[in-house]
Design a protein around this ligand. Structure first.
Ligand SMILES: Nc1ncnc2c1ncn2[C@@H]1O[C@H](COP(=O)(O)OP(=O)(O)OP(=O)(O)O)[C@@H](O)[C@H]1O
Ligand SMILES: [Mg+2]
Length: 403
């Protein structure tokens, strides 16, 4: 409430306070503006006739800086025309002095109501906009799902035939009269590669067919070095048109973990794809592997554009993407974090704008929860050795793994 007559201000202030509207007071237009710049307010009650900056000038400045602010003008009896002028300039209303306190309180409430309604409408608009964006992303995801499911389905039939044929070849190869055959070893090796390949494709089609279904929890002895190399192979296509050097620093560890290799590879592909996208023309991607305290750490660094600080806590949210809509859905990191947490691991990020980004994935070398699932005898023995190696003295885990 801005008025140069101190007695009037104090008297009105006390009476407004009693009606549940405690005002903040200013003795001049200049003071009023300074106060508004410091503390956001909802409604301003402004005297028109003041020495120095007059009420209409103050109104103009308020509307310039805070267009949504509601302003009620107080005019003298003889200067009602100022009130009309004020309304033209965007004032909510004007009241002529001497004022009737309940009338003023009523006007303030109306002005405040109008403001609140505007805010609600704005919030609703923003919410709707966000929902629409999410819907588009969902639509895209749904069509991606449909497409990959269709392709996976098509692949399934020839794949089944290949599996059957490979199975038959295996049977023939294992027959007694083949024992002496000199070409057996070579053929067996080739067949093993085929079987492995088929198994891999089968996993992929299963993943795609169960696109939205959470993946199963199969764990296996995983050569993470090999897995990283495969993942790099898979993203080389994305690198076309850019000068990207890939640096591997993986000599410090054996790089073996008991984990879900397919899920981990999905994470690697997501991180590597992001790294490739972050490099505009030329740069380096470094993948390093290290092992400490029962954990394998994989770091994917790039010399790309970096992530601004204000985005760092948003990048793991679903549908957060700064890429054009045909390039990113904003699900890569969200899904990756979900996977890493399911593998009992952690994912972290460090970034500097203009210098680059490093994502770190830490997974346990041996997942305790999976000990029961990896059931054949050899794997059980290997698990037990691993548990001992990493200093596991957990009797329960050992018992359940052994059982
Ligand atoms: N290595 C990186 N360098 C710079 N920005 C990155 C990097 N990785 C992620 N980001 C930022 O985080 C955002 C979210 O990444 P995320 O992988 O979740 O989605 P996306 O890559 O946009 O889309 P997609 O679903 O295809 O992966 C990206 O849009 C980008 O702004
Ligand atoms: Mg991505």
């Amino acid at each position: 409430m801005v008025d140069d007559e101190a007695d009037f201000l104090n008297a009105v202030s006390r009476r407004l306070e009693k009606r549940g509207i405690p005002p903040v007071l200013a003795g001049s237009g200049e003071d009023g503006l300074a106060l508004l710049a410091e503390t956001p307010m909802d409604v301003v009650v402004l005297d028109v006739k003041m020495p120095g900056m007059g009420g209409l000038e103050a109104l103009r400045r308020i509307k310039d800086s805070w267009p949504d602010m509601e302003v009620i003008l107080l005019t003298g009896n003889v200067s009602a025309a100022d009130g009309v002028e004020g309304i033209k300039q965007g004032a909510f209303d004007y009241i002529t002095k001497p004022i009737e306190i309940d009338h003023l309180a009523g006007k303030i409430r109306q002005a405040w109501d109008k403001r609140r309604r505007k805010q609600e409408q704005e919030e609703q608009r923003q919410f709707q906009e966000k929902m629409e964006q999410q819907m588009t992303a969902m639509d895209r995801l749904a069509s991606l799902g449909t497409l990959s499911t269709g392709v996976a389905h098509e692949i399934n039939n020839p794949l089944a035939m290949m599996r059957e044929a490979a199975g038959y070849m295996r049977l023939v190869l294992e027959k007694e009269d083949m024992v002496q055959w000199p070409g057996k070893t070579g053929l067996a090796k080739g067949l093993e590669k085929i079987e492995k390949g088929i198994e891999r494709i089968r996993r992929i089609t299963h993943l795609l067919l169960g696109f939205v279904r959470p993946a199963d929890h199969a764990c296996a002895r995983t050569d993470v070095k090999e897995l990283v190399s495969e993942s790099i192979e898979l993203v080389t296509k994305e690198m076309q048109g850019k000068q990207i050097a890939v640096d591997r620093k993986m000599d410090d560890t054996e790089g073996v973990a008991w984990t879900d290799p397919y899920a981990l590879r999905q994470v690697m592909i997501n991180l590597l794809t992001n790294a490739v996208h972050a490099i505009q023309r030329e740069g380096t991607i470094t993948v390093s592997l290290s092992e400490a305290e029962g954990c394998l750490a994989i770091a994917v660094s790039d010399t790309g554009v970096g992530i601004p600080g204000e985005n760092l806590n948003k990048i793991f949210e679903p549908f957060f993407s700064t890429k054009p809509s045909d390039k990113g859905t904003g699900l890569g990191l969200y899904v990756s974090r979900g996977i890493v947490e399911r593998l009992d691991g952690r994912i972290g990020v460090k970034s500097a704008v203009g210098r680059g980004t490093t994502f770190t994935v830490e997974i346990p070398v041996c997942r305790r929860g999976d000990a029961v699932e990896c059931v054949d005898e050899n794997t059980c023995d290997e698990i037990l050795t691993k548990i001992k190696e990493i200093g596991g003295d957990d009797e329960d885990t050992r018992k359940s793994a052994g059982g």
